[in-house]
Design a protein around this ligand. Sequence first.
Ligand code: ADP
Ligand code: MG
Length: 461
Amino acid sequence: MQNFLDKQWAQALGDLEQTISAIGFDMWIKTMRPINIEDDNLVFVCGNEMAMNVVLRSFSKQILEAIKTHFKLDKFKVILESEKDEYIEKHHLVEKSEKNKEELPKAVTNEEELTNPLNPKYTFDNFVVGTTNSLIYAATRSVAENPGKRFNPLFIYGGVGLGKTHLLHAIGNYIWDTKRGKVKIVYSTSENFTNEFLEILKNNKEKSTIEFRKKYRHADVLLIDDVQFFADKKKVQEEFFNTFNDLFAANKQIIIASDRPPKEIFGIEERLSSRFSQGLVQDIQKPDFETRVMIIKKKIELNGYKFDENIIPTLAERFEKFNIREIEGALNKLYVIANLSGKYEVDAEILNEAFAHSHEFEAKVGRVATQEKIIEAICIKFNLKRDELFGKRRTKEIAEARQYCIYLMWRKLDIPLTSIAKLFNRDHATAIHARDKVMELIKTDPTIKKLVEELEDLVVH
Ligand code: ADP
Ligand code: MG
């Protein structure tokens, strides 16, 4: 039976590939597999709830057509991967014995129900590969295809918005799909790991320690994002070191992302950073012109936007300094501008208009901060008046607000620190000190990191 179903489905897939967009097909249809015919219904298993909803909402018509042709059926139903075993048992399907023969990772056989913790949006299929990221793409792909066998650990580093998180999820999604949901994948950030662990130390409950360890040390694939925030806390690093060693010894795949290479991560122990380097360390760079063109095209397609093809090179040039997240933001905003003007398509005219008010345009599309916006954001966040921020008074609060203001101006505006110091009537050394202090705090204190991220967001809106 299963052979028959698979054979017919392979043919139906051929039809569906023609009738459904490439993205829709790869992301959703491929997660389905027929396992039974029940009361004239073709019964599918679907990878996750999200996929099931999308399939039922958006692709029912095309699926019905395809199964009519290839199965002579005109109904179907979908069950979730998590319901599959129960279904198979209830309907006495043979798959059970087939399944036992499959090689499954041991750690997870009888554990809690597995779910895919990853964002289905981030896949290899919608990751644009150009010269600046082809090496990292090849490395992540190879790890996804051979988890635990090559490049362990894989350490990815590069600036913000360049696709590190996207790739971590893509690896996880790929493994999840190919192992048909029978692996335990843990995705976490160093910040989460730290918080969870500190919580346990605080409560000092044996049960939660066991659960914590079970969660991380029973992983088949461990993805740790933003590892630069492993705070300067010995106990947390010790715990992670042990987790790492356990998994590594058991040939479990570990993938780590960071904004800088292992050696430059502030405050982590030497033995941890050398562990990070023992597999493959690979960087990811800002997209070059060609890659930006491809990314722009892909994002337009994925979002269903309308852009005049002819302006794409101009956009790619204009976005020279942008990371990919900023490119996405700029495209969204241009499309909004076009819609507001009643045009529904971004063309040369819309673009010229936007460029003509360059400053405004940049502020709109480029997530570009201005001095005014930084001052405003600081005043709002710290509940200060402008005069207080620039005045003589030196309460602890005001001094702190000034430090953040100096840091943000240094980071976001193209002006030298000496000019920033002048603005505050301070000397250069004071400004340097303020900037360095905030940089240090960002590295060591997750709440400060959050605060600065919020501020950074505020100043570009
Ligand atoms: P990082 O973790 O490096 O800060 P993200 O992975 O969050 O960056 O990427 C930021 C955004 O840019 C995401 O929406 C992601 O999907 C997109 N992105 C990054 N690189 C690519 C790429 N090569 N192709 C398509 N989208 C990309
Ligand atoms: Mg990220």
